[in-house]
Design a protein around this ligand. Structure first.
Ligand SMILES: Cc1ncc(COP(=O)(O)O)c(C=O)c1O
Length: 406
């Protein structure tokens, strides 16, 4: 099957039934806003795991770095390798746990920086590096980032034994401690009580380590919510995902910075027809027309990232007007009620997510309707839909071009 990259004479915007638009000017704006908001000398890590939350890891990473981010965060070793293969030189933290010798080998080869969540894991990394016959003289020490559990109960070593953890890792060959960090469980909540508790535990762990005479080169704690709402938690670096993509982790954080959504999703009307009152629409006939309707089929469905749970609940935007979606959303298509827009034609473009003539539908709107979070909505847009770059990226020179994923 030919890909769009192999058929440059065809514009995906003209040929495709649906696509994702990535606004790199908005991304740049968000990164710059965040960078100027940081306390002291804190660095900005752009979290680009999960293909940059569905936005395209390489182009997002390149653009974020050129706009002021200095670090990148990924979840897995292959995600880090993808960035290195694209020529990205910035430090890359792998935030997931590393569990196999093969992963350690790839980390060393691609100069990634692993998270270490226990002495046992530090030992595995150190022993693997020894087996690779990398003498400390021949190869630089591998920078590792020690993660403490201060209340998230996911990854991390018991904060109460932080000094013991640091002492153990310090004595291992091949490793150098690059940072101490932890992750917040409730930073997006207006109730700060759990966040404050986590902060106390983290501070106690830092004091414990410092009392044994060790200095920590870097300390980091904040995700998007804490970066926006709790500047006292910026420490030496913040790890920001959602906010660089222009979304707020919670409504009460909207006042902090002006962010612009980076992703829009568009689709075409592929078929138009009149249906009579009493006609059932789509699988299961969950919608039955109560009057004659003009029905438009739109070329996007749940396999593209529109949650089926939005069936009969969502609207799309056409010329700034909200148009209701009707019947169950199917794998590749969904129907809308175009009765009030008789001038519409097959091929016309519908805004599924994004803005149109002053009206906006956000990932937050969908998250509320489906009982999930905007993070999951963004990550749901997989690569069946081509990504169209709007604004200048670091890797393209066109104003609106297909993103080169290689
Ligand atoms: C360890 C860690 N830090 C930072 C982030 C970024 O979070 P957010 O998207 O809320 O900024 C994540 C994302 O889940 C994470 O797992």
């Amino acid at each position: 099957m030919l890909s769009w990259e192999q058929t440059p004479e065809l514009s995906p915007m003209r040929c495709c039934r649906a696509w994702v638009e990535i606004d790199f000017a908005a991304l740049r704006h968000n990164v710059q806003q965040l960078a100027t908001h940081l306390q002291g000398q804190a660095d900005l890590m752009a979290v680009v795991k999960a293909d940059a939350y569905g936005h395209g890891a390489v182009t997002v990473a390149q653009t974020a770095l050129s706009a002021g981010a200095t670090w990148l965060g990924v979840a897995t070793v292959p995600e880090g390798m993808e960035l290195r293969q694209a020529g990205i030189k910035a430090p890359i933290l792998v935030m997931g746990a590393v569990s196999s010798g093969e992963e350690v080998q790839a980390i060393a080869q691609w100069q990634l920086q692993p998270t270490v969540v226990s002495p046992k894991q530090a030992l595995v990394i150190s022993e693997t590096l020894s087996q690779l016959a990398l003498s400390p003289a021949a190869s630089p020490l591998l920078p590792v980032h020690l993660k403490l559990d201060t209340g998230m109960a996911r990854l991390g070593f018991d904060w109460q034994r932080a000094a013991e953890f640091v002492e153990f890792v310090r004595r291992l060959p091949h490793l150098s401690i690059a940072s101490l960090y932890s992750h917040l469980a409730t930073a997006d909540s207006p109730d700060d009580s759990i966040l404050n508790l986590q902060h106390q535990c983290f501070e106690a762990a830092i004091a414990q380590i410092q009392s044994t005479g060790h200095t920590l080169p870097r300390i980091h704690f904040a995700n998007s919510a804490a970066t926006l709402g709790h500047p006292h938690l910026h420490y030496d670096m913040v790890r920001v995902g959602l906010a660089i993509y222009g979304l707020y982790p919670a409504p009460h954080l909207r006042e902090t910075l002006e962010l612009q959504p980076v992703m829009q999703v568009k689709a075409r009307i592929t078929h138009l027809k009149d249906i009579a009152a009493g006609t059932g629409v789509s699988y299961g006939h969950t919608f039955v027309a109560d009057r004659p309707l003009r029905l438009a089929t739109v070329g996007i469905g749940y396999a593209d990232g529109v949650p089926r749970a939005l069936s009969n609940q969502m609207t799309v935007l056409i010329e700034g007007k909200a148009v209701r979606q009707i019947g169950n959303i199917t794998m590749d298509q969904m129907m809308i009620d175009a009765t009030d827009m008789p001038h519409l034609q097959e091929g016309d473009v519908v805004t599924v997510l994004g803005h149109s003539a002053g009206a906006t539908i956000t990932a937050d709107d969908w998250a509320v309707l489906t009982g999930t979070i905007s993070w999951e909505i963004l990550c749901g847009f997989k690569h069946r839909l081509p990504r169209i770059a709007l604004g200048q990226t670091e890797s393209t020179t066109s104003e609106a071009g297909l993103i080169d994923r290689n």
